[in-house]
Design a protein around this ligand. Sequence first.
Ligand code: PFF
Length: 467
Amino acid sequence: MSGAREQFGSRIGFILAAAGSAVGIGNLVGFPVGAAKNGGGAFLLMYAIFVFSICLPVMLAEMTMGRHAKKDPLGAYSAISGDSPKWKLAGWLAIATPFMIAVFYLVITVWIFGYLFEAVSGNLDLLANPETFNLFINSSSIFIYMAVVVGVVYLILQGGVKEGIEKAAKLLMPALFVMLLGLVVFVLTRENAMAGVKFYIIPDFSKLTASVINGALSQAFFSLSLGMGILITYGSYIDKRADVPTSAKLVALTDTAVAFTAGLMILPAIFSFNPNTNPEDLSESSVGMIFTYLPNIFLALQDSVGYLGASIVASLFFLLVFFAAITSLVSIFEVPVAALMDEKGVSRKWALTSLGSIMIVIAILAALSFGKVEALTSFIHYAGVDKSFFDVILDVFYETILPLNGLLVCIFVTYRWKSANFNKALEEGSQGYRGSWFEKYVDVSLKTFIPAILLVIFINTVAVKYF
Ligand code: PFF
């Protein structure tokens, strides 16, 4: 932002914007897939523990860094560290990460847009066919959909409809939640759904492996938009009167409630549509699974509301998910755009166009890596398997760098900025935080076991993922 820094108009505006960024494909697709893949209840338990014991303090650290420095992530690391070149590297990483995450996020948003288009066109039965997803992601129409999605993001970030989006979010995000609840009720009344509920809610501790723990942590970071510079950037738009601890708690709660509800829809649906589901086989679950089960849930509605009714419900749902994805995509992409403007003093248009063009090229390569182009499909070989270009982005940025960025934030605020300064900055504007047990917890945990756990998980991920 050049000139006076933009500010959120109100506390609720900030919470909604942060929640709008947090609630997205991660909650609706990533979380249910993660839960299915990683043993259901064991994953859910680890996820909940991580959100409140690790992610919440890291969230406070990021928001406070941004609010104090009033800068993008790179500027915040430099300003607070007194221009330390080493910490600037951490700043660069906090900008490169959302850029690369935006690439795979864009690809999945494009799929959602395609499904919306097909649902509106009345092709629900086609979407419900398990073969469709693979054919769809390898079809050439993907590139037309991509052009539309990129156009929408460009328009929003260019500023024209930003306010409209915020207003729409106030209506559409609650609508999405209500619709999810309705679908949960529908799925739970189906035969054999309770087997899915059991798998989802009751933890089987024998499933608690290192990879389940890694998966739960990466998912929690991703879902809360941590480790991507986004909350540093958003923090820079709030003033000293804002109550950061309360806002962070509300964002974490909202985000977790949406993820939990999405899981409560998908896992029972899997068991109800496939009564012979063996929980062991679910470890092979993938994003494609959600794109098959959702249309099946809608199609099952036709007994009560007819095909047209089912298609309308499906279209509405995909529209709301598309909206949630777009608000998230816009917020991730805002990080590198704002950073380029802050650091190089370029105009918003220039930053958007140059970064956008690079992103489109990488996203096209990622979209071609599901079978269309062999060199991208078997892009590189590690850990005994061929990885696609898309997989590599996911492994490196989602699984590995997110927790690393979190680790850097903890070390930075407690040892470089110093806990006393950080605590003072965080206390400003908060109510009832100073002197509370929560403050003590945040203070001690950020200095000690959170960085220790993040370091162990980072090392383990590197060892397991790449060797
Ligand atoms: N938290 C979002 C989700 O769960 O879908 C993803 C996301 C949005 C990540 C925005 C980062 C971000 F800046």
